[in-house]
Design a protein around this ligand. Sequence first.
Ligand code: DGL
Length: 269
Amino acid sequence: MNNEKYIGVFDSGIGGLTVVKSIVESMPDENIIYFGDTAHVPYGTRSKEQIIEYVLNDVKFLSGFDIKAIVIACNTADAAARETVIEKYPDIPVFGVVEPASKKVALATKNNKIGIIATNATVDSGSYEKNIAKFNPDAEVFSVACPLLVPLVENGRFKKGDNVIEKVLTEYLSELKEKQVDTLVLGCTHYPLLHDIIADIMGDGVEIISSSVAAADTLKKELEARDMLKTTPSSERKYFVSDNAAHFEKQALIFMGDALGGTVGQVDI
Ligand code: DGL
């Protein structure tokens, strides 16, 4: 195994950059190729069959590079297509977001009441329930689909004090507050931008778990265990999108919280 190879990361669009941000924070020397399927975003409102078709195209594109691992940096894609990707690419280790976040929350809950917020497709898949049960069969899981959050975040409505996002989140989270969950998973890679508003609404005593951070932590542990971490300093990052590279570049700062650290190209997949 050549440890210098790229980690191939993909998402339906821009949300996966919150995963890249966490990867860069914990493994700054890794080489990364990112693909955002911005021509087909959002995935979260689509059927499982359609999501699988898009995901296979995304992975096909990434597999054209010298990659040592695939990271499905999208809860919706991971929930719908993880098994298919593993089946089609048996020689490349495949990592996701749902299982790491499920394990983290399953072990973190004290009252065994877990809240999940995610896209329609992720909630409908039952993927979080299945994965949490593997680590904590006693946990009760309450999932709420939040279809308005992705478009609101993408339109800049994620800041504290924004009445619209605060009202929408208060409504989505009311059921989870009623159920008295003590842990809440941000089960969509866009939601880390809403962390502080969500934490305020849920109140003290509710632990918020980001699937993006959990994914990067697990990736690091797994690469370490397989002796696949890059060992030389300095890294290369390349980004590709299927539509409007300039728009992606502009939005990226918000999701990365920093410069992309690499070029953005548009490709027709
Ligand atoms: N990034 C996706 C996720 O984590 C949400 C965006 C979409 O609907 O495509 O679920």
